[in-house]
Design a protein around this ligand. Structure first.
Ligand SMILES: *[C@@H]1O[C@H](CO)[C@@H](O)[C@H](O)[C@H]1NC(C)=O
Ligand SMILES: *[C@@H]1O[C@H](CO)[C@@H](O)[C@H](O)[C@H]1NC(C)=O
Length: 238
């Protein structure tokens, strides 16, 4: 019995280490917006541990070695690269290459990435309420076609008592603003407050790219938005 358990553990370690085909973390997608300079955008993903990993954007190449053990809040086999500040809005392709165990160099690419301002829109049902359900919805949704430099992403309702590495549930992948990406089903996408705010900022800043991440959970108590340790400081177990 003891032997069998060790064998299972050994096999699963082997599988993790040989199946490490590189990929971006799941919310890094085509059409996304990364934060422009003077901030430095982080790009990260998964693959094999301890592999030389290179990232190309424009005429710049960055290199790192994927983690051989978990560190800095990232698990084993992840790689992460902090870009120099990018002021040019793009669009860019971002290519990441890593050798596979059989020696083949595998390259993965994010297409049509813009650099602009990224906003997180979060809250309860008043933030979750969608464009389809507001005053003047038909015209406002049709109007979204005029803003291809605004990109939207809707995250699912996925509470967790411990921090998670990637998104647990993506409702709407990074999408170019259009009548279909803004006028999705009621209470699904896209958040009306988030869109109208983002559109106003985009116009006020002379058309700068804007990334909008909507992630709300209607009816939630404020306590549920607190990290567990902060919550316990306010409400110590009696
Ligand atoms: C290495 O593995 C990849 C992914 O399975 C495959 O596409 C590629 O053809 C392999 N290369 C060699 C030289 O076997
Ligand atoms: C309805 O939306 C359109 C497009 O954004 C806008 O031009 C128009 O002023 C809005 N109408 C009203 C009454 O708010």
């Amino acid at each position: 019995m003891q032997v069998d358990i060790y064998l299972v553990v050994f096999l699963s370690i082997l599988i993790v280490q040989t199946n490490g085909v590189p990929r971006f973390a799941n919310y890094y997608q085509d059409h996304m917006v990364l934060q422009r300079g003077p901030q430095r955008a982080l790009v990260w993903g998964y693959g094999d541990a301890n592999k030389l990993t290179s990232l190309r954007i424009g005429d710049k190449i960055y290199e790192t070695v994927s983690r051989s053990k978990s560190a800095d809040g990232f698990s084993e086999g992840t790689w992460s690269i902090t870009l120099d500040p990018v002021d040019d809005e793009g669009p860019y392709d971002i290519q990441v290459s890593q050798p596979l165990t059989n020696g083949t160099l595998m390259t993965i690419t994010l297409h049509d990435v813009l650099f602009g301002d990224v906003w997180l829109c979060s809250g309860q049902s008043n933030m979750q309420m969608t464009m389809r359900d507001i005053f003047n919805a038909t015209e406002e949704i049709a109007n979204a076609e005029k803003y291809p430099k605004i990109r939207v992403f809707t995250n699912g309702r996925t509470p967790s008592s411990t921090p998670v590495e990637e998104s647990i549930q993506i409702i709407q992948k990074w999408s170019i603003a259009s009548s279909s990406s803004i006028g999705g089903p009621s209470w699904t996408y896209f958040s009306a407050v988030c869109w109208l705010y983002g559109r106003m900022i985009h116009e006020a800043l002379g058309g700068r790219p804007i990334g909008l991440i909507a992630t709300s959970y209607g009816g939630t108590a404020i306590e549920l938005w607190m990290p567990q340790d902060a919550f316990l400081k306010c409400y110590p177990p009696s």
